[in-house]
Ligand binder design. Structure first.
Ligand code: FAD
Length: 439
C-alpha cells in the first residue's frame, strides 16, 4: 500500500507523523508513506514573527523532516500534476525539469494555499528568509533615520506599515515593534514616539480566521499599545517612500510588509495542483472535503489544512478557517480515517469544536496575547504562557521542545540583542530608480 502525501507543511507533516505512529502499532496494515515536499523542513509559521524579531533563534522555527520522520520516505520536489484515473502524481525534483511519475494507492493533498504575491517593493513574511530580511530591513531604517538630516527621509524611514491583519500581521507588528524599541537604546537621537506603526486590513476586522470577539480584542490591544489600525483600507499604489490607500489617505513610508490573512475571497485562484479535473473546488478555490476529510467523488483521495474546505459543524454551510490549529487537528483525524478505511472500519468526522476547545491562541507581541481554552479566555502574560505551552506541545521531538523551552527561559534573563543577520538582498525601501535616467 503506497500512501503519497503532497506538501510538508503543518497538515502534511503531522499526517505523516501520525501515520508512522499508527503503522508502528500492532494490527495496522502494511503501508509505505512518501512525502513530497520542496524543502526537507517544516517552517513552523506561528513562530516566524518571533524569529523575525530575534526573540527566538531562527533555526528553532525550522523542523528538519529527515530528523522527525523515521519511516516516511521524503521525495524532494514539487508535484506539478495529478492523474487521478491511473493514480499517478508527477513530481519535478531538483534533478531536472522533467516531472517523474510517482504511482500511489492513496493520495493525501496538503499543499496549503499559494500565498498572494506581495505588491512590488513590499516585504513578505512567509518563510524564514523573509523573516530575516524583514529584521535587517527594519534595523536598516533605524540606521537611516538616525543618520539623515532630511526630515522627509526620516519620517518615511520610521513609518512601518503592515498590510493584512491575519495571524501574521497581528503577531508580527507588535513583535517587531518591541524589537525596534529595544534597539532604540543604541540610537540616542531616536525615541519610541518617533516611530509610527500602522496595520492596514482591507477587511472589516482583524483576525478573520478567528471568532469576531478575538479580532476585536486584538484591535483594542494593538491600539492601546499605540499602533494605528486601519480597517477597510487597501493600498491603491505603493512606491518606496509613499503608500496611497484606497480611501485617498497617503503615508510616507519605506516599509510595507505584506501579511495577508489566509481567508480567501470568492474567485481566488486555487493552488495549481487543485485545478486537476474532477477535483471538487469551492468558490474560494479550496478543495471540497467531507467531514471525515475525504475528497468526495474522488476515491482514495484525502485532504487537510489550508487546502481543504472542511465543514464546520458549528455553523451550517461554513468551513473551517485556515489556521495551524485546524491543520494539526485535521491531520490526526485524516491519518486515523485513512487507516480505518484500509481496515474496512468506520471513519469519524473531524470535530472542529474539539479543536476550538483545545485552544485558540493569538500572539500580540512578546508580552501580550490571547488564549481561549475550554471556553475560558486569558489575556496578557498568562495568555503568553499558555500560548508558549501550546507551541511546545505542537513542536515535534522532545529535544526541540527542550531547546525552545530553554531558549525562552534563558532569554527572559538575558534578552537577545536586536542584530541584523546579513544585509537584505535588496532594499525594498530604496527609492526606485527613475526609468528615464541613464544607469
Ligand atoms: C507568518 C505567519 C504566521 C502565522 N501564525 C499563525 C498562528 O499564530 N496561528 C495559527 O493557527 N496559524 C498561523 N498561521 C497560519 C498557519 O501557518 C497555516 O494555517 C498552516 O501553516 C497551514 O498548514 P498547511 O499544512 O495547510 O499549509 P502550509 O503549512 O503552508 O504547508 C503547505 C506545504 O506544501 C508545500 N507545497 C505547496 N505546493 C506543493 C506542491 N505542488 N508539491 C509539493 N509540496 C507543495 C509547501 O511548500 C508547504 O511546505 C500563520 C501563517 C503565517 C504565514
Amino acid at each position: 500500500m503506497r500512501i503519497l502525501v503532497i506538501g510538508g507543511g503543518h497538515a502534511g507533516t503531522y499526517t505523516a507523523l501520525r501515520l508512522e505512529r499508527l503503522l508502528r502499532a500492532a494490527g495496522a496494515p502494511r503501508a509505505e508513506v512518501r512525502l513530497v515536499t520542496p524543502e526537507p523542513r517544516l517552517t513552523y509559521r506561528p513562530l516566524l514573527a518571533a524569529a523575525a524579531a530575534g526573540t527566538l533563534p531562527p533555526h528553532h522555527v525550522l523542523v528538519p523532516l529527515r530528523r522527525v520522520l523515521r519511516t516516511t520516505r521524503l521525495l524532494l520536489g514539487e508535484a506539478v500534476s495529478l492523474d487521478l484515473a491511473t493514480r499517478t502524481a508527477y513530481v519535478r525534483t531538483p534533478a531536472g525539469p522533467e516531472a517523474a511519475p510517482v504511482p500511489y494507492d492513496v493520495l493525501v493533498l496538503t499543499p496549503g494555499t499559494t500565498p498572494t504575491p506581495p505588491p512590488p517593493h513590499a516585504l513578505a513574511l512567509h518563510s524564514l528568509a523573509d523573516a530575516l530580511a524583514l529584521r535587517s530591513h527594519l534595523l536598516t531604517q533605524l540606521d537611516l533615520a538616525s543618520s539623515t538630516r532630511d526630515p522627509a527621509v526620516r519620517e518615511a524611514a520610521l513609518c512601518f506599515v503592515f498590510l493584512g491583519g491575519g495571524y501574521a500581521g497581528v503577531d508580527a507588528l507588535p513583535a517587531l515593534r518591541a524589537m525596534a524599541e529595544r534597539a532604540l537604546k543604541h540610537y540616542p537621537g531616536l525615541r519610541p514616539t518617533d516611530l509610527r506603526w500602522v496595520l492596514a486590513e482591507p477587511g472589516e476586522r482583524l483576525l478573520p480566521e478567528a471568532p469576531a470577539d478575538i479580532g476585536t480584542y486584538a484591535t483594542r490591544a494593538l491600539r492601546r499599545a499605540g499602533a494605528e489600525i486601519r480597517l477597510g483600507a487597501a493600498p491603491r499604489t505603493y512606491r518606496p517612500g509613499l503608500l496611497v490607500l484606497d480611501d485617498g489617505d497617503s503615508l510616507a513610508t519605506r516599509t510595507l510588509v505584506h501579511t495577508p490573512s489566509a481567508i480567501r475571497a470568492p474567485g481566488a485562484p486555487p493552488h495549481p495542483l487543485l485545478t486537476t479535473p474532477a477535483l471538487p473546488l469551492t468558490p474560494d478555490g479550496r478543495l471540497r472535503c467531507t467531514s471525515d476529510l475525504a475528497v468526495p467523488g474522488t476515491p482514495h483521495t484525502w485532504a487537510a489544512g489550508d487546502t481543504a474546505a472542511v465543514p464546520d459543524p458549528e455553523t451550517p454551510g461554513a468551513t473551517c478557517a485556515p489556521h495551524a490549529g485546524h491543520a494539526h487537528g485535521q491531520a490526526q483525524v485524516l491519518a486515523d480515517n485513512l487507516l480505518a478505511t484500509l481496515r474496512g472500519e468506520p471513519t469519524r468526522p473531524y470535530d472542529a469544536n474539539a479543536e476550538k476547545n483545545e485552544g485558540l491562541y493569538v500572539a500580540l507581541g512578546p508580552h501580550d496575547g490571547l488564549a481561549r481554552r475550554h471556553g475560558r479566555t486569558f489575556t496578557g502574560r498568562p495568555a503568553v504562557l499558555l500560548l508558549r505551552a501550546h507551541h511546545l506541545s505542537r513542536l515535534p521531538t522532545a529535544r526541540r521542545k527542550g531547546r525552545v523551552l530553554t531558549e525562552w527561559a534563558f532569554s527572559a534573563l538575558f534578552p537577545h540583542e536586536p542584530v541584523a543577520l546579513g544585509a537584505p538582498a535588496a532594499d525594498p525601501g530604496a527609492p526606485a530608480a527613475d526609468p528615464g535616467e541613464p544607469p
